[in-house]
Design a protein around this ligand. Structure first.
Ligand code: NI
Length: 166
């Protein structure tokens, strides 16, 4: 495993629509492992492949925030099939370090995707997981949370320094 370089907002790779994955090759398995390592290293709760410069529909999420009980979710070709409710709260992104802004997202989503063995999976997400799922799937279509921010994007202040970034 290896840390990958996280692309920062302004990099054109973050505005591209990613391609579907047809087959999980050894190279893609390695990419997924590297994405987890890079996400955990950055204290993020999610990371999408374009954030490490790869234009494929792959994202990893772990909202558990407990090192001793990780709950990794690997998403290949994910799509949102149901959205319900609404939540408004601060959101951050590893591609815009140290910043945060208020975004409204669905409170509940259902996502269909494939896992690293290309087996179909269905993920139900509430609250933070719903937010992370929407945020990462947006990345795969070249969108970032700043496009949806209500009000100002602000610096994450000292009290919030351990806030999650996606
Ligand atoms: Ni992000």
């Amino acid at each position: 495993m290896a840390l990958r370089t996280i692309r920062i907002a302004g990099d054109p790779v973050l505005t591209k629509v990613c391609r579907e994955v047809k087959e999980v090759t050894p190279r893609i398995r390695e990419l997924i492992q590297d994405m987890y390592e890079t996400m955990y290293h950055g204290n993020g709760v999610g990371l999408a492949a374009p954030q490490v410069g790869i234009l494929k529909r792959i994202a990893v999420i772990d909202v558990s925030m407990e090192e001793d009980n990780p709950q990794p979710i690997t998403l290949i070709n994910p799509r949102v099939v149901l959205m319900e409710g609404e939540q408004t709260g601060d959101e951050g992104c590893l591609s815009l370090p140290g910043k945060s802004g208020k975004v409204t997202r669905p409170m509940h989503v259902v996502v269909e995707a494939f896992d690293e063995n290309m087996e179909p999976i269905r993920i139900e997400g509430e609250a933070l997981l719903a937010r992370a799922l929407c945020h990462e799937i947006d990345h795969l279509d070249g969108h970032m949370y700043m496009e949806k921010v209500e009000g100002e994007i602000h610096d994450v202040n000292y009290d919030e320094e351990d806030e999650d970034e996606e």
